[in-house]
Every structure is written in structure tokens, then in C-alpha cells.
Design a protein around this ligand. Structure first.
Ligand SMILES: *Cc1c(COP(=O)(O)O)cnc(C)c1O
Length: 460
């Protein structure tokens, strides 16, 4: 095969990519076609080959109507970010270079860029400089890794042997705040650990110090995994780490923090107080594809003790011998062995923004959330339920039925995306400002969409 075989397909992909990105400013954010239409258009497996460039054109034609504008500044659903130019372009190179980044000696260029990106992240987030870093598919797998490292260490400290598995070994107790993210519960299932004993939280979803003290005093000598959170999905609030973590450590607990989007509070001088003390934990999970706005998929696991990290996640095989260095191989820190160089877009994104650009991005997202809150206060019947401190605004209307009707009307119109949820037993409309492109004008459009939905659903 010659390089020219790639060119027509890559050129078509480039053209489609540019068209797509150019459309983000004006297109409706909701997909124009549903799954069934797309499914029918895809057809059956053909018997004969098709030229690569034609395949790319067909793919774009079929798929494009079924795409959501997640990269638009008017997407406020879930906690989705969008790719920035340096990261998206670096991601293309990741595919073209196609480096299997598991083994250091096989891909030293990719592995060293990831190491540099990891050091930059740890520095920006104010975490211990000697921590180890792994690039995962997302925060779910980053949480899984943190849980696995904690499990491994707790077992060893209690005289157990991780090689023998959990059965017959010391019991591990798991504690988590009432508002723990479901991906953490999933991580516990993957890890063969029980679902957590719930620790009471305050009205913003923050674990209460007195409740944690009571839970720990309950079984003072049981090895304990404590799962805390930076960034509650509905309030944006972080647990009071400076109070909680020293207490947990006095009881010998391993503390893992799910900071999928909220860990980034620590990277902004004006927001750092929200996550004060987060650096005291044993392990952290965050996403690069949310607040940092690196393209999918990219999560990050960070562990204070690199030896503990490797002890839990490393593998050994004769054909890998001698291919790492004193810091190991990339596969020592993540669940995957073969994988793409997903840390490269992180490096490119950080390099493009610089330290001040990162701070500016985070502060800007929070500022847009405050603009939303100010506008919502002027909408009759709307009530903001959270203290808006970061990027999340959670609101409700007169009753659950009306909140759901307004949410449906906003999505049916499709100019902005905001999703429903349930918080504290109430149906809510949740706005997450997580896209680097969101401007004050986009916030205005979001507010106008809410006002239209309110008018449309009001019964005189
Ligand atoms: C998004 C999110 C996760 C899961 O992250 P993925 O990247 O989707 O795997 C975990 N915790 C919180 C708080 C999140 O917002």
C-alpha cells in the first residue's frame, strides 16, 4: 500500500469535518433524524468492496442528520464538553500515527507526550507533583482505576493477598455521599466491591462531617474505601475535603475523589476554595473531555502513590520485559493494554491555552452559569434550587409536571439542549455550562428558549 491510497479518503474526511464544525454555530442542537431513520439508511453488509473516499462520503451523508451539536455553545445537556482546535487536530494525528501507546519503547514519542501532559495536569490541579497519571476512556474508567488501586492497598494493609481475589480475604467497607455519581457505583460493581453505605449530605450534596465521623466510628477497624466528589452533578458543589479527608485518614481509609468535571475548580485561583483540601486524597478521577474541552474520549486517573498505582494495575509478561523504564510503561496505570495515544490531545489543548488560558476557560464557564442564574430569576414561576457556585444551574417550575413539560418543549424546539433530571425528589431542569464556545449571546438564547417554553406550556 502506498501513502496515496490514503489521500482521497483523508481529503474527504477533512472536508466533512470542516463542514460539520462550520455548521455548529447555526444548526439546531438536537439530531434532525432519529435512530430508526439512520438504521434504515445504513443498509446491509455489501458483498463487494467500495473505495475508501466513497465510504467516507456515504458515512457522512447517512450519519450527519443523526448527529447532535455537542460541540455547540448552545449545548447545556448532561456535562458534555466540546473539542478545541488544537485538541481536535491532534486527535486526527493520533489516528494517523496510530501508535499503540501501551508499551513505552514501542512508542516513546507518544508515551513521553502523555507523561508531559500528565505532569501539566497534576500541576494545574494543584495535586502532589510526584503523583502518577493514567489516560483512560473517561471518568468511569478513571474512577474504576482509583477504586481498584484503593481496593488493592486496603487488602494488602489488612493482610490480604490481592492475587487471591476478594473471597475469604478481609472485608472492605465502602462509604460514599448520598449524591455519589452512578459511574462510581458501576466501578464498585466492576471491582467486586459492595455498593456503598450512604453518608448523609447537606442541601448542596456535600458530605456532612458529622455523618462521616459517625459512619467511621461505627466500624473503626474495618478497611474502608471512602468515595468523595468534586462537583455535584446538580449543584456543582464539592465535598468539604479539608475537613473530611484528615478524619478518614485517621481511620486508615483510602480516599478516592470523583472530580469528573468539578476537579477543575482547583485549577482556578478564584474557584479553588470550593475544592479546598482536595489534594489530600489518595486518588482522583477527572475528565479531559468535559471542562477541559478535549475531544472524546479522554479521562484521567491520578494516584498519589505511583507504587500503589502500579501494584494494582500492572501486568507482567516475558514479551514486555525491558520495554519500560524506571517509571514503568503506560499500561501500568490504566485498565487497557493496547490503546490509542489519547493523552496527546490533552497536551495539545494545554499547550494551546497555556496556564492563563485554562484559568480563563474555567472562570468563563462559571461566569456564564451566573449569567444564566441572573436571567432565570426574572422568569415567572422558575426557581433555582442550587447555590450557583460553578458551572451547574438546577431549576424547577411550579410543579413536577410543569417542569417536565417545559423541558420537553425546549428539546422539541431544538435551539438549545437542556436536560431533565430528578434532584431531592423533584423533577428539575438542569443546565450545565461546559462548552468553551458558550458566549453571553448563547446564554441569552438559552434564556429565550426557556421563556418560549414557559409561554408555550402555560395554561391561562
Ligand atoms: C460525567 C461524570 C462521570 C462519568 O464520566 P464519563 O467520562 O462519562 O465516563 C463521573 N462522575 C461525574 C460527577 C460526572 O459528571
Amino acid at each position: 500500500m502506498t501513502a496515496s491510497d490514503f489521500t482521497p479518503a483523508l481529503d474527504r474526511a477533512h472536508a466533512h469535518a470542516r463542514d460539520w464544525i462550520a455548521s455548529l454555530g447555526t444548526r439546531q442542537v438536537t439530531p434532525r433524524r432519529g435512530g430508526a431513520t439512520i438504521r434504515n439508511a445504513l443498509g446491509e453488509l455489501p458483498d463487494t468492496p467500495t473505495p475508501a473516499a466513497t465510504v467516507i462520503d456515504d458515512l457522512a451523508a447517512v450519519v450527519e442528520p443523526g448527529l447532535g451539536a455537542h460541540g455547540s455553545g448552545r449545548f447545556f445537556g448532561f456535562v458534555f464538553g466540546g473539542g478545541q482546535p488544537a485538541g481536535v487536530a491532534a486527535d486526527w494525528l493520533v489516528s494517523a500515527w496510530d501508535q499503540n501507546t501501551g508499551v513505552l519503547a514501542a512508542a516513546p514519542g507518544a508515551a513521553e507526550v502523555e507523561r508531559a501532559a500528565g505532569r501539566w495536569l497534576v500541576d494545574l490541579l494543584g495535586l502532589p507533583a510526584t503523583s502518577s497519571v493514567g489516560f483512560t476512556t473517561g471518568a468511569t474508567t478513571a474512577n474504576l482505576t482509583g477504586v481498584l488501586v484503593g481496593r488493592d492497598q486496603l487488602l494488602r494493609r489488612a493482610g490480604g493477598d490481592p492475587a487471591r481475589g476478594l473471597a475469604g480475604g478481609p472485608r472492605i467497607r465502602v462509604l460514599a455521599g448520598e449524591d455519589v455519581h452512578t459511574s462510581v457505583l458501576l466501578a464498585l460493581r466492576y471491582a467486586g466491591l459492595p455498593q456503598p453505605e450512604v453518608v448523609a449530605v447537606d442541601d448542596q450534596g456535600r458530605v456532612r462531617t458529622d455523618a462521616l465521623e459517625a459512619s467511621l466510628a461505627d466500624a473503626p477497624s474495618t478497611p474502608t474505601l471512602l468515595l468523595l466528589q468534586a462537583g455535584d452533578l446538580h449543584s456543582g458543589a464539592s465535598d468539604p475535603f479539608a475537613e473530611l479527608i484528615p478524619i478518614a485518614h485517621r481511620h486508615g481509609a483510602w480516599v478516592h475523589v470523583d472530580g469528573a468535571f468539578g476537579l477543575w475548580q482547583a485549577a482556578s485561583p478564584s474557584l479553588r476554595h470550593l475544592a479546598a483540601g482536595v489534594e489530600l486524597a489518595d486518588s482522583w478521577a477527572t475528565d479531559a473531555h468535559k471542562t477541559l474541552n478535549v475531544p472524546y474520549d479522554c479521562g484521567v486517573v491520578i494516584v498519589r502513590d505511583p507504587a500503589a498505582h502500579r501494584a494494582a494495575m500492572s501486568i507482567d509478561a516475558p514479551y514486555f520485559a525491558g520495554f519500560g523504564d524506571e517509571f514503568g510503561n503506560p499500561y501500568d496505570f490504566v485498565p487497557e493494554l493496547s490503546r490509542r495515544a489519547r493523552g496527546l490531545p490533552v497536551w495539545a489543548t494545554l499547550r494551546a491555552m497555556g496556564r492563563t488560558g485554562v484559568v480563563d476557560l474555567i472562570d468563563r464557564l462559571a461566569a456564564r452559569a451566573h449569567e444564566f442564574a441572573a436571567g432565570i430569576r426574572g422568569i415567572p414561576g422558575a426557581q433555582i434550587l442550587n447555590d450557583v457556585v460553578f458551572t451547574q444551574v438546577t431549576l424547577a417550575f411550579e410543579d413536577d409536571e410543569r417542569t417536565r413539560a417545559i423541558t420537553r418543549a425546549i428539546l422539541a424546539e431544538g435551539d438549545v439542549w437542556m436536560s431533565g433530571s430528578v434532584w431531592r425528589g423533584r423533577a428539575v431542569l438542569r443546565i450545565s455550562v461546559s462548552n468553551w464556545q458558550t458566549s453571553t449571546a448563547d446564554v441569552e438564547r438559552g434564556l429565550a428558549a426557556i421563556r418560549r417554553a414557559v409561554a408555550l406550556t402555560s395554561t391561562p
